[in-house]
Design a protein around this ligand. Structure first.
Ligand SMILES: Cc1ncc(COP(=O)(O)O)c(C=O)c1O
Length: 458
């Protein structure tokens, strides 16, 4: 968008003047007043935990009051009732991922959602169902079951995934008697930072047993943004389901899961959605899959109209709400209502435009002023998520030194300082301050006073 033009042109201007011009023209700058970031802090860790906002605290306070005043009646008489919180917040999230409201629900956590979603689709494959596979002998669009001589389905992941994803998928394979050492197929990284989409496609060509492709929308360390449409198309051409871990993009990058044809996805609400520590997870299941029995079934995923009839037979809700499991943690869901409204007012396209301008500005300043630091995040906008990975051999000490100076970033082994200038509450002046501090620390050797913690997170 025009108001952010020139953010990368740091060579031609005094960066402080450029930052002031960009901040002055930024239509989103008033939003920062609604977030709580201490005066003496430059907060660049919203990709781990977003800050509180007035709006999120207000919706949380409302539910606390409802608990005090209504007690058990809050499930039905609160306004809106707690009973349908999973569906209602799913409706509010749907536009951020390009989905019909029925396709999104909040519930559980990312890891639990991976267990139930991957488990559900493994069960489908093992029952002989699944997308039609080109070049594979299928009858009536169905996978042959292992008993009929068909392949035991494998799950395709990548080497740079968040570890919890692999733990969960391995467990789901193991639970079905499938050896994860054989059937968790891992796309390698060529450079240790990114995954080349051609390597995902090559794996799909090489192996005819891949039943599920599970990829992140953005990598947690380097911030590489994946091409959801391209991966979905490749997976479907190979007859595989495709699911995404969208933790590092929802709220920062617009998605169109329906348009792309994604089968399922999950993400958290504590990063770019700013709903608080341990806030409730979210999930997407394409409408064509509604009605399946979730692998981890529970009463909160039961058809709502008859949930309280307490039948022993489980009838899944005819929506993504079926993948909820148990009673939703209201206090871990309530802040999301306010925080989504705030983001919706800003508009996800405008937030993305500002985020790209902020990371353009950061990358340009690093190139210009920090020769000993490399940028591990792709430079093309289409492959860049919401944060920038700064690589340095003393990244852990640098991260600790920055935090001591009030610049809150985080370290990810082996050599990455993640800097996340999140659009709703970060200014261009903040970005300049980060680079000033890094330069001062490295020039003066202040980071050398800090010990490393051998692989720990600082
Ligand atoms: C990309 C990614 N996937 C999965 C997880 C695990 O999420 P949870 O602890 O909510 O299950 C995280 C947590 O930060 C993450 O960043």
């Amino acid at each position: 968008m025009d108001e952010y033009d020139g953010a990368a042109d740091v060579g031609d201007a005094d960066p402080a003047v450029l930052a002031a011009r960009l901040d002055g023209a930024d239509p989103l700058s008033p939003l920062a007043d609604r977030y709580h970031v201490p005066e003496d802090v430059v907060y660049m860790d919203g990709n781990s935990l977003g800050p509180a906002s007035d709006d999120a605290l207000a919706s949380l306070d409302r539910v606390v009051d409802e608990w005090r005043d209504l007690l058990i009646a809050g499930w039905t008489d609160a306004d809106p009732p707690w009973f349908t919180v999973g569906e209602r917040l799913g409706d509010a999230l749907a536009p951020l991922v390009g989905a019909d409201p029925s396709e999104v629900a909040v519930g559980n956590s990312i890891t639990v959602n991976i267990h139930t979603l991957v488990g559900t689709f493994l069960d489908e494959l093992l029952a002989g169902k699944g997308p039609e596979r080109e070049g594979v002998a299928v009858t009536g669009g169905e996978w042959p079951t292992a008993e009929d001589g068909g392949a035991v389905p494998a799950v395709l992941v990548n080497e740079l995934d968040f570890p919890s994803d692999h733990y969960a998928i391995r467990a789901q394979l193991r639970g079905r008697g499938i050896d994860p050492d054989e059937k968790l197929r891992v796309v390698p990284s060529r450079d240790g930072r990114t995954i080349d989409p051609r390597d995902i496609e090559a794996a799909l060509e090489r192996h005819d047993d891949i039943g599920i492709v599970w990829m992140p929308t953005a990598l947690y360390r380097s911030g590489q943004l994946f091409d959801v449409e391209r991966i979905t198309e490749a997976a479907h051409e190979a007859g595989a389901y495709v699911g995404f871990d969208a933790a590092h993009s929802v709220g920062a990058v617009p998605h169109d899961f329906d348009e792309a044809g994604v089968d399922f996805a999950t993400w958290c609400t504590y990063k770019y959605l700013n709903a608080g520590p341990g806030s409730i997870g979210a999930l997407y299941v394409a409408e064509r899959h509604h009605g399946l029995t979730p692998a981890l079934a529970g009463w909160w995923g039961h058809e709502k109209a008859t949930q309280f009839e307490m039948n022993m037979t489980y009838t899944p809700a005819a929506s993504a709400g079926a993948w909820q499991i148990g009673t939703p943690p209201l206090f871990a869901a309530a802040p999301l209502e306010g925080s989504i409204e705030l983001l919706r007012d800003a508009g996800i396209d405008r937030l993305r435009a500002k985020s790209l301008a902020l990371t353009d500005f950061l990358i340009a300043l690093v190139d210009e002023r920090l020769p000993e630091v490399s940028v591990g995040t792709p430079r093309e906008h289409a492959a860049r998520g919401g944060h920038v990975a700064l690589e340095h051999s003393d990244a852990e000490q640098l991260s600790a030194a920055l935090r001591d100076r009030g610049v809150i970033v985080d370290f990810r082994p082996p050599n990455v300082v993640r800097v996340c200038p999140a659009a709703p509450y970060t200014s261009f002046a903040d970005v300049l301050e980060v680079v000033d501090e890094v330069e001062a620390i490295l020039d003066g050797g202040a980071h050398e006073e800090y010990a490393t913690s051998e692989g720990g997170v600082t």
